[in-house]
Ligand binder design. Structure first.
Ligand code: MCA
Ligand code: AMP
Length: 497
């Protein structure tokens, strides 16, 4: 990642990060990152890929700590700031994090680790950060750099390990495709425990010497206020955010609408991804902003792989064409390339593909073909040279608000509830969220959904908690006794709320 810092060093007095009224230059960022590295190294020459879990709000300190970990040779493990303790504990234990860095706000939540002699617990505040200088290790591309957690077809989330080389390849591809420059100014409103916020927004902007303005937590009014200030050039979000922005825009006065439209018009690029962009949202956004949203496709394991063009036609309902340096193919169930115009699974190869699922050799092996293609599980077709997603090969993966959620993970938690005998979780289509998590329950008595949600939120993140419940006497099953998820989906859709 030395090149990431190198670009930053070239623009020392330029504003790298803005958070509300505060601005931070590249030289402050580099200095603080070096001091964090020295603090983490604590006299050692190299962290040698020790996992460093950190829980810090999006902003200057977050980036300084992430860069500090990379400079010191550690593996960055960003903790989601809205997770309840059991979800955090899973990540810390699964990564066997040796160092834990926390902002003041999360000290209480993580305090059990301050008493753990096997871990170094660091209460982070930049006031306590002395200007430290020290030798930094030189780090080769193949070394591990980051672990991000993703839900899949197993009940427990998997850690996706990327190397310095992977991350650099992911950034370089996007810098080139979307023409990032030092003149850019972007807004970061996405969570920073996923690729979309970390790589596409923050890392690309800082690699290019641009400015990242943090708007956190997401709030439509603040987003429009920031855009109205006239500096923003690039904007990236998930479809749910565009949906929310449209709703807010429609509630504004005509005068405000005109002003917002004028300032949106001045941006050079607006991107949507992480979930399918409904054509209706794309069309409405075009009316409001004058922009054809650039829709692209990616995954935690591969970064971005397919994108509509920067110049050229952006097709509604399509994810575009393979990005430079990313090999993409569509295959049938025997891993044979499909004929022209036929649907197949998207498989990806190239330097931006992750190294392994952390500590899960079998899962890693299963995720790749014998000749090294990563199997995404997404089914697509190519029409007139553009890829169109048709669906996924697993009904157990749900995309809601851009978050990937495993139905199996939720079922496992629900089954621990003393009143629940059995359950089945599915995703049902929803205009705003893409899909909503819905749970069918078999219980001794009908449970209050409010109480159930309170119980669940102590055990899983809010965005994974079911939005709809259905109490049944039995679950629809096939002859083998397996729950038929498509039947369950139909039941939800047919049952009035
Ligand atoms: C929150 N709520 C939800 C969800 N999230 N309901 C259904 N589905 C969800 N996913 C509920 C909350 O529980 C709450 O309900 C109410 O909505 C408001 O919650 P809040 O947290 O305030 O919502 P928000 O701040 O408006 O959040 C919406 C959001 C957020 C900003 C769209 O979901 C978000 O940041 N999504 C982006 C996720 C992301 O970055 N994905 C990229 C993954 P109540 O009021 O009852 O409490 S990386 C990836 O996918 C690949 C690499 C790629 O291609 O990018
Ligand atoms: P994640 O594991 O959170 O990185 O989510 C990756 C998944 O998001 C992909 O496998 C796709 O199923 C989905 N995805 C990402 N971008 C798009 C898109 N533009 N259209 C449809 N699905 C998408």
């Amino acid at each position: 990642m030395e090149l990431l810092f190198h670009q930053a060093i070239q623009n020392p007095s330029k504003i790298a990060i803005k958070v509300q009224e505060k601005s931070f230059t590249y030289s402050q960022l580099i200095q603080n990152a070096k001091s964090v590295a020295a603090l983490l190294l604590n006299g050692k020459a190299d962290l040698n890929e020790a996992r460093v879990a950190f829980m810090i709000n999006p902003g200057f300190d977050y980036v300084a700590v992430q860069w500090g970990i990379w400079m010191a040779g550690g593996v960055a493990v960003p903790l989601c700031i809205t997770y309840p303790f059991p979800s955090i504990q899973y990540v810390i234990e699964d990564t066997q994090a040796e160092l834990i860095v926390t902002a003041k706000e999360y000290e209480e939540l993580l305090k059990v680790y301050s008493e753990d002699p096997t871990k170094r617990f660091i209460r982070f505040s930049d006031d306590s950060l002395e200007e430290m200088q020290g030798d930094l290790p030189s780090i080769s591309y193949e070394r591990g750099a980051m672990i991000l957690y993703t839900s899949g077809t197993t009940s427990l989330p998997k850690g996706v390990l990327t190397t310095h080389g992977t991350i650099e390849a992911q950034i370089r591809t996007l810098i080139k495709a979307w023409k990032w420059t030092a003149q850019d100014h972007t807004i970061c409103l996405l969570p920073l425990h996923h690729v979309h916020g970390i790589i596409n927004v923050v890392s690309c902007a800082l690699w290019a010497g641009a400015t990242v303005e943090f708007v956190h937590p997401f709030d439509a009014r603040t987003v429009f206020e920031t855009i109205l200030s006239g500096q923003v050039t690039v904007f990236m979000a998930v479809p749910t955010i565009y949906f929310k922005l449209i709703s807010y825009f429609e509630s504004e006065s005509d005068l405000r609408k005109t002003a917002i439209t004028e300032s949106l018009n001045k941006l050079r690029l607006m991107v949507s991804g992480s979930a399918a962009l409904p054509v209706s949202v794309m069309e409405k956004w075009k009316e409001i902003s004058g922009h054809y949203l650039l829709e692209r496709y990616g995954m935690t394991e591969i970064g971005m792989a397919i994108s509509n063009p920067y110049n050229g036609e952006r097709k509604a309902g399509y994810i575009g064409q393979p990005l430079a340096d990313v090999e993409v193919r569509l295959v049938d169930e025997n891993n044979q390339e499909v004929k022209k115009g036929e649907p197949g699974e998207i498989q990806v190869k190239g330097p931006s593909v992750f190294k392994e699922y952390w500590g899960k050799n079998e899962a890693t092996q299963k995720a790749f073909t014998s000749d090294g293609w990563f199997m995404t599980g997404d089914i697509a077709v190519i029409e007139d040279g553009y890829f169109r997603i048709l669906g996924r090969d697993s009904v157990d993966i749900i995309k809601s608000g851009g978050y990937k959620i495993s139905a199996l993970e939720i079922e496992e938690v629900l089954r621990k509830h003393p009143e629940i005998q059995d359950c089945g979780v599915v995703g049902i289509p929803d205009e705003e969220w893409g899909e909503l998590v819905a749970a069918a329950l078999i219980s001794a008595q009908d449970l209050e959904s409010k109480e159930l949600n309170t119980w669940l939120r102590e055990r899983m993140p809010a965005y994974k908690t079911p939005r709809r419940y259905l109490f049944l006497n039995e679950l629809p099953r096939n002859a083998m006794g397996k729950v038929v998820k498509n039947e369950l989906k139909k039941l939800f859709i047919e049952t009035p709320q």
